[in-house]
Design a protein around this ligand. Structure first.
Ligand code: SAM
Length: 273
């Protein structure tokens, strides 16, 4: 909150943030192990501190779990206009899973704006038709159609594999988000040379995505080890031009970021990546 106070009001094009989900994870701090009342009060406090930093035509994306998205979406809907609920289908299920309910395999992402003239560059995030889908549109009336060449606009269900331990992009952070998802948000909702702000940087995925897309960023992270990872990812990007997965060549130790043993949370929390 102290760092946020140093960011000038109205200076940020896009708030893209992935806060603790309050599922009991150990981030080296207790941010993910709060009572429901404390978690929601804290969320409201940082939302109110962050929103003045946004430009009037700016946007906000927030990653959440279905457990708290209803309450937090209501909070945000009192302050902004909700444009989408995006479902991130993590595709690769986590080990185990509930035997008394359906295993959760998605994260919930809210997309909010302030005004009707919000920045949104659809062409930057169109998905090219592949040979197979093009074949399905091969009737003569479609040939040469512009929409067929520029690709289709992404829908609100995003199927992108989570970064499991063997994934090339994975570093030592328990809830690292895929660059593919973050870059889609940056390209669509932050103008070139604009500024992206992430209040919960973790391993620095938003910073790496912003750099790769030619945008500036500002962000915060409580855990100094994660700050180091973020710095190394940015240095590796500057040196190689590639978002190297683990700049020190380390294999993530197995237990980091698992649910804290003492956290009094339901067993389903274990399903979360
Ligand atoms: C869900 S993770 C973010 C992961 C990130 N998107 C990535 O791809 O690596 C949430 C992060 O917020 C951090 N955090 C918790 N409370 C914080 C606070 N008050 N200020 C800054 N960071 C905080 C945690 O340490 C954790 O790394």
């Amino acid at each position: 909150m102290a760092g946020l106070a140093r960011v000038p009001d109205g200076s940020v094009d896009l708030i893209l943030t992935d806060p603790p989900y309050n599922l009991g994870k150990d981030y080296g701090n207790t941010s993910d192990q709060q009572s429901m009342e404390d978690y929601l009060a804290w969320t409201e406090a940082w939302i109110d501190a962050a929103l003045p930093k946004l430009k009037p035509n700016g946007s906000l994306y927030i990653f959440l779990t279905w457990r708290y998205s209803p309450e937090i979406f209501v909070m945000l809907k009192k302050r902004m206009t909700m444009m989408n609920e995006i479902i991130w289908d993590r595709r690769v299920p986590s080990m185990g899973g509930s035997t008394r309910s359906f295993s959760s395999v998605h994260d919930t992402i809210g997309f909010f704006v302030r005004r009707k003239d919000y920045y949104f560059d659809l062409d930057a995030v169109r998905i090219p038709y592949d040979a197979e889908t093009k074949k399905a549109r091969s009737r003569s009336i479609f040939v040469g159609a512009k929409w067929l060449e520029v690709g289709y606009n992404p829908k609100d269900l995003w199927s992108v594999s989570r970064l499991h331990r063997e994934h090339a992009e994975r570093v030592d952070h328990p809830t690292q988000k895929p660059l593919e998802i973050i870059e889609r948000m940056v390209k669509a909702s932050c103008p070139p040379d604009g500024v992206v702000m992430d209040l919960f940087m973790g391993s620095g995925t938003t910073a790496v995505a912003a750099r790769r897309c030619g945008r500036d960023f500002v962000g915060f992270e409580l855990n100094p080890e994660y700050c180091d990872i973020a710095r190394r990812r940015l240095e590796a990007l500057a040196e190689t031009g590639k978002p190297v997965s683990d700049p020190q060549g380390q294999t993530p130790p197995p237990r980091r970021g698992r649910r804290a043993k003492s956290a009094p949370l339901p067993s389903e929390a274990l399903e979360q990546e």
